[in-house]
Design a protein around this ligand. Structure first.
Ligand SMILES: [Zn+2]
Length: 456
């Protein structure tokens, strides 16, 4: 490095793809990691995850985590097994969310004996992850020797999500993590950044805009009422973290304001039930509207008719409950979890409805159903699909293309460079071009493994 004050960023993974966030920032004798996530493709865990990290884990001083999604935290046990002995920092709720998500990941991985994960995803490594984890409030500053200062701003993506701001030698470097699709029903809007010199930003939806954002609650109401009138079963495959709580929050409002009739509604996912408890515990991180409702005594995620089925026997008994009813279960793309049992039971019935609330990756059962397959295979059995397939597309947790540009626009006048990561190459390159054209900023799309020097 020409100037020993300069810093180096290595995009270890999470560049040119949407998963596996892992970035190394080094300089002036210090090494920091930002996120350490699982690489997920068509498989829940890509084989690439088991390759050694491109750095010596024992030399890393601190790992900063932006939020608790598995593609940002899922390789921390591996980092520990490779000798990481520093500290981990995040915003307060992310620590507890990570503990739950890692335990769930360990459980899912343990089913695949070929992965030989017993040395990495041990209870000891998960416990150590939590033991060395410190937390910060939004805006709280952490000074680290050799002139580094760190703090988080609210990203508005999921509970506890933070954009990491680093001040070093009077320069500000921002790692956005994932950026929320504000306004969210539950969370505050993404905070504005006006003074960044360098930014490493996500681009999941870099080349697309969301549709019908404002209509989703109306559509949810119509689908629920329609199912009630048909005396049907409505099954909703849902992601456990954030999407489930958003959905419960909206159904809570529909039920308590008597916009929809009361009926049995099952939250049939142990992971969702645990995470919903964490959301309730950390209500002070919600937006002012949700906090106000909470302060008036409304539990937000609990309402007449809701039943949380933690045990397998309780889950099996749902079949005996006569319609109309609603079942919310994971996984969100129907590639595992209790939702499969419900899909097997209800997809053949023309009076029943499956409601898709999120993106369905190619190769998943959810995608086959979305694409109109008339026959699918579930747990080794052929199942015919006669149920209605409904979809609400406004439930994304990520900013769309126009809003990503707007976000960068607030700091375009101070930005020296922006690095576009966490997106498919097409999406990242489209966003980079749009930022150059609309805002005249220096936008780059690094590839996995690439290093850059930033002048400080
Ligand atoms: Zn995320």
């Amino acid at each position: 490095m020409a100037n020993d004050k300069n810093l180096k960023i290595t995009f270890c993974s999470g560049a040119g793809t949407v998963t596996g966030a892992n970035f190394l920032l080094e300089g002036n004798g210090k090494k920091f990691l930002i996120d350490c996530g699982l690489i997920q493709g068509e498989k829940f865990v890509d084989d690439l995850n088991w390759a050694p990290f491109p750095y010596d884990a024992s030399t890393i001083d601190i790992l900063f985590v932006t939020h608790g999604h598995v593609d940002h935290i899922g390789r921390i046990p591996k980092l520990i097994s490779e000798g990481f002995n520093g500290k981990i920092y995040s915003v307060v709720p992310t620590k507890e969310i990570t503990g739950i998500m890692l335990a769930d990941t360990a459980h899912l991985l343990s089913r695949d004996e070929a992965l030989e994960l017993d040395k990495i995803y041990t209870p000891e490594n998960i416990k150590k992850t939590i033991d060395i984890w410190e937390t910060l409030e939004y805006g709280q500053k952490l000074n680290v020797d050799h002139g580094f200062q760190f703090s988080y701003k609210d990203a508005g993506h999921i509970l506890g999500s933070g954009m990491l701001e680093i001040i070093y030698n009077n320069k500000k470097i921002v790692f956005t993590g994932d950026l929320g699709n504000s306004p969210s029903p539950l969370l505050p809007d993404t905070e504005v950044i006006k003074d960044a010199d360098y930014m490493v930003m996500e681009s999941t939806y870099g080349d697309r805009n969301h549709e019908h954002r404002d209509e989703r609650k109306k559509k949810l109401e119509e689908i629920i009422r329609d199912n009630y009138n048909k005396n049907g079963n409505l099954i909703i495959p849902t992601f456990s973290l954030e999407r489930t709580q958003e959905l419960l929050y909206e159904i809570n409002s529909l039920v308590e304001n008597k916009i929809i009739p009361e009926m049995p509604i099952f939250l049939d996912s142990p992971l969702s039930i645990k995470l919903t408890d964490v959301y309730l515990k950390y209500g002070k991180y919600f937006n002012t509207r949700a906090q106000k409702i909470l302060s008036e005594g409304d539990k937000l995620f609990d309402f007449p008719g809701l039943k949380k089925t933690l045990e397998t026997e309780e889950s099996k008994a749902i079949l005996q409950v006569p319609p109309p009813k609603i079942i919310i279960a994971g996984s969100g793309m129907s590639n595992g979890g209790r939702i499969l049992h419900h899909e097997k039971n209800y997809l053949p019935n023309k009076n029943d409805t499956i409601l898709l609330t999120g993106y369905q990756t190619v190769g998943t059962l959810g995608r086959l159903i979305e694409d109109g397959a008339k026959k699918v295979h579930i747990m080794g059995e052929e199942v015919s699909v006669h149920a209605n397939v409904a979809k609400i597309s406004g439930y994304s947790g990520h900013k769309d293309s126009d809003h990503l540009v707007e976000f960068v626009g607030n700091t375009a006048h101070t930005l020296k460079k922006v690095f576009i990561v966490m997106g498919e190459p097409k999406s990242a390159m489209y966003l980079a071009q749009k930022l150059r054209d609309n805002l005249e900023v220096n936008a780059f799309t690094p590839t996995a493994g690439e290093s850059v020097i930033i002048e400080c």
